[in-house]
Ligand binder design. Structure first.
Ligand code: RIB
Ligand code: CA
Length: 319
């Protein structure tokens, strides 16, 4: 099996951290790098969090790059539900590794340019505001030909937003970046709230992950327990939506997902609907679809997949 070369662009963030920990133990991936961005936390904190999660997961070999300190145009807004550090009340040792010298945008331009030249295309996993990728595309649009596909968490179509009435956090934070990326012509798989709200990590699930996760079980339990929204009327149960991890789950097991092709537009002018992701499901715009939008998820299948992956942190359980 040839491993899929991926770059994970993220703003850890508890759900970003869960996604990273699952990716670290999945041999299907050749993780080229992690690029951190301003989002849930300032980029200095998201870089630190990424370094800490790499060391927790035994993957200090993965280079971590510092990305944009702010969205392209709008002022930064911070994530909710991630606690003061972005990793809940999880206490991890200060990271030993440092971020790479050059910045994330420079790395993306260089590495995706190389992929374009060699033809070994890279998959971009976007788990936060899309500022880094948008900036790289603005600097060198040709790097789009070095990207196999973008698998991104963000947007809301038939679901209401989770930060405004219409808009999901990653899109609201940097709608202009999302507009650049969705206008790029790069193949996109979108995991919106319509999908992520189908997979709620409940307290019972957390107990199972704690039991399965071997040497990282205490941190996993802390991370996942903090993610409980306790908003039963919104999510139908205790727990929190597995937003970013669904990006990794789609790449590992697309059979667990149903998608619909559509042209996606990003509202980046209206204050009322800023960042709203608008889908042209039936071609009324006359423009070709630019994305596969995930509409249905086998939630139990995703939980089982992640339990299998997290059990790989338990040396007593053969991989
Ligand atoms: O709306 C969910 C997204 O915003 C996820 O990426 C999560 O990390 C939050 O910050
Ligand atoms: Ca995120």
């Amino acid at each position: 099996m040839t491993a899929t070369q991926i770059i994970i662009d993220c703003d850890p963030g508890i759900d970003d951290a869960i996604a990273l920990l699952a990716a670290f133990v999945s041999p299907e991936f050749d993780i080229l790098a992690i690029t951190a961005v301003s989002g849930n936390q300032p980029v200095e904190q998201t870089v630190r969090n990424a370094l800490q999660i790499c060391e927790l997961g035994g993957r200090a070999d993965i280079p971590v790059y510092t990305g944009s300190h702010r969205p392209l145009v709008r002022e930064a807004i911070r994530g909710q539900f991630h606690g003061n550090t972005g990793l809940g009340n999880t206490c991890l040792p200060a990271p030993i590794a440092e971020p790479e010298e050059n910045g994330a945008v420079e790395y993306l331009v260089d590495r995706l340019g190389e992929a374009r030249r060699t033809g070994e295309l890279v998959t971009l996993c976007c788990l936060g505001p899309m500022t880094n990728l948008a900036m790289a595309l603005c600097i060198d649009p040709k790097i789009a030909d070095g990207i196999k596909r973008i698998v991104m968490m963000g947007g809301a179509y038939r679901e209401p937003g989770n930060r405004t009435m219409t808009t999901e956090y990653n899109m609201l934070t940097d709608p202009h970046a999302a507009h650049v990326v969705f206008s790029s012509g790069i193949p996109i798989v979108a995991l919106p709230l319509d999908a992520t709200h189908q997979v709620i990590l409940t307290p019972d699930h957390v107990k199972k992950f704690e039991a399965a996760s071997g040497r990282i079980s205490a941190s996993v339990a802390d991370l996942m327990a903090f993610w409980d929204r306790n908003q039963v009327e919104r999510y139908g149960s205790r727990g929190g939506p597995l937003h970013d991890p669904l990006v990794i789950a789609w790449l590992l097991a697309p059979r667990l997902f149903k998608t619909k092709r559509a042209r996606i537009f990003i509202e980046h002018e209206s204050e009322l609907c800023m960042g709203q992701t608008v889908a042209d499901w039936y071609g009324s715009s006359g423009l070709a679809p630019n994305a596969e939008i995930v509409t249905q998820v086998d939630a139990a299948g995703v939980i089982d997949l992640f339990l299998d992956r997290f059990s790989r942190y338990n040396p007593d359980i053969a991989a």
